[in-house]
Write a protein that binds this ligand. Structure first.
Ligand SMILES: Cc1cc2nc3c(=O)[nH]c(=O)nc-3n(C[C@H](O)[C@H](O)[C@H](O)COP(=O)(O)O)c2cc1C
Length: 339
């Protein structure tokens, strides 16, 4: 099995030196979060949040892909919309902004998007899906990829035929979340079905769904024989998980997970960056991340409750610094007791 993923675009081939990718996650995978994930995952392909084609054209979506070329490592831009021309025009904008590749969202189950014919609705409207893909592939030189699910209502909707058509129409790689649109996030991702699809297609297939740690990754690779894996919810509160899984897959030793103190310092660092970039709105975003990160250590619940109630960044940082001091003091006492 190759240790790199080759994604062939019209203009050139992109090489990804890690099998582990970061999912596009709306409201999460912004520039600041990607920078955090990158610390542990220098080789991984990281995706932007999904971006609406109109917003890229009108300008406010541009904020989300500004200066991609200055970010370290490969960044894929994900676009959602159901209008072929709008998607191809916005894909060109993203390419000019430094996108490593363009991904078309054909899997989002959110009603606001699917009811308008975008995201997972494209699994139903296959002619339109193919038209979008062809237009985008014609417009850009970077590879064009698709992220989708196993079906709209059920899993028996000739999804294989659809995916083969996407491949023939220019998809350079397909990520499959092993659930249908109807399943949303319920049940268990069907890795076996992803494996059956992988056997039929020639382009790289990326397995997605329920991969949260190195053991899941190992099992998923075994069941699917996929070319790569995509991590979504597993990253929430654990920005190092991509790097940890990558290390495990590459059979490298010595991955150092952050300890409690380092996790807390990470919260402060993330908060600082968010405030610097987004002002007060950054605080709201930080709270969400705090509630994911501040877990699974003594006193975490109490600290988390205090942190997410605070409306003052300096207070949050002080609470965290105090907790670190207490942890250090407790450690000293324990080591004195063991002498
Ligand atoms: C908060 C959140 C936001 C998401 N946003 C996107 C998105 O913008 N584009 C997309 O294709 N999928 C999106 N997804 C779906 C994930 O990319 C992924 O396919 C799904 O969570 C399954 O993977 P997981 O089990 O590793 O979480 C989102 C999921 C979550 C939980």
């Amino acid at each position: 099995m190759s240790s790199v993923i080759e994604v062939k675009g019209k203009g050139f081939t992109r090489i990804i030196k890690s099998k582990v990718m970061l999912s596009p996650l709306a409201g999460v995978t912004d520039k600041i979060f990607r920078k955090l994930v990158r610390k542990w995952a220098p080789d991984s392909l990281l995706f932007t949040e999904m971006i609406n084609a109109s917003s890229l054209k009108k300008g406010y979506g541009i904020q989300k892909i500004k200066k991609l070329e200055l970010e370290e490592g490969p960044i894929g831009v994900q676009i959602f919309d159901n209008r072929p021309f709008a998607v191809s025009e916005s894909a060109k904008i993203a390419e000019d902004s430094g996108a490593f590749l363009i991904d078309i969202n054909m899997g989002c189950p959110v009603k606001k998007i699917a009811n308008k014919g975008g995201g997972s609705a494209l699994i139903k409207d296959r002619l339109l899906a193919i038209e979008i893909l062809k237009r985008v592939s014609k417009a850009v030189k970077v590879p064009v990829t698709v992220k989708t699910r196993l079906g709209w209502e059920n899993k028996d909707e000739n999804i294989e035929e659809f995916l083969l058509n996407l491949q023939d129409s220019g998809a350079a790689m397909i990520t499959i979340h092993g659930r249908t649109r109807k399943e949303g996030f319920t049940g268990v991702a069907d890795w076996e079905m992803i494996g059956r699809i992988k056997e039929l297609l020639d382009i790289p297939i990326i397995a997605n769904g329920d991969i949260k740690n190195p053991e899941d990754a190992h099992q998923c690779l075994k069941k699917t024989n996929a070319d790569g894996l995509m991590i979504g919810r597993g990253i929430l509160g654990s920005p190092w998980i991509l790097g940890e899984i990558d290390h495990a897959i590459k059979k490298l030793k010595g991955f150092k997970k952050p300890n409690i103190e380092e996790k807390l310092l990470l919260i402060n660092e993330h908060l600082d960056e968010l405030i610097k970039e987004k002002g007060n709105h950054g605080l709201l975003i930080a709270r969400k991340h705090i509630s994911w990160t501040c877990k699974n250590f003594p006193g975490a619940t109490k600290l988390r409750n205090n942190l997410v109630r605070s409306i003052d960044a300096e207070e949050i940082k002080e609470l965290i610094n105090n907790k670190i001091k207490t942890l250090k003091k407790d450690q000293k006492i324990i080591s004195l007791k063991t002498i």
